[in-house]
Write a protein of this length. Structure first.
Length: 124
């Protein structure tokens, strides 16, 4: 309906009202997705910070869910192993970890990937 409003030449107030109505209808789902994205970024960011503080002997490997929902950029990163402070490159963007808030939303929204950490100079 929002699309129809825009193409019908609706005024700004009409568009704001329609968007407000849509957001209220889907508020619970929107809140859940935002919370899930924030949790993904927080958990992965914390893990990466701990790994970085552990020293240069830590590497990490990008792991997807290996299903039909994995986006192509993440599928291309599957199995890539890099030093802890080196970002993964996806579609020309540096991505530090799944859910990285500094990466474009198109690369992070609803991400279900994770990193596997390895100690390269000793015990794992």
């Amino acid at each position: 309906m929002l699309n129809a409003e825009q193409h019908a030449g609706a005024g700004l107030e009409d568009l704001v009202n329609e968007l407000t109505r849509l957001l209220q209808e889907d508020a619970a789902e929107v809140i859940a997705r935002v919370a899930e994205g924030a949790a993904t970024a927080t958990v992965n960011g914390a893990a990466d910070a701990v790994a970085a503080a552990s020293g240069p002997s830590i590497t990490r490997t990008w792991q997807t869910r290996r299903d039909d929902r994995v986006r192509p950029a993440h599928e291309a990163a599957e199995g890539s192993t890099l030093p802890v402070n080196q970002p993964f490159e996806m579609e020309g963007w540096p991505v530090r970890y799944p859910g990285d808030p500094l990466a474009p939303l198109s690369l992070t929204a609803n991400c279900r990937c994770r990193l596997l950490y390895h100690a390269t100079g000793g015990e794992e």
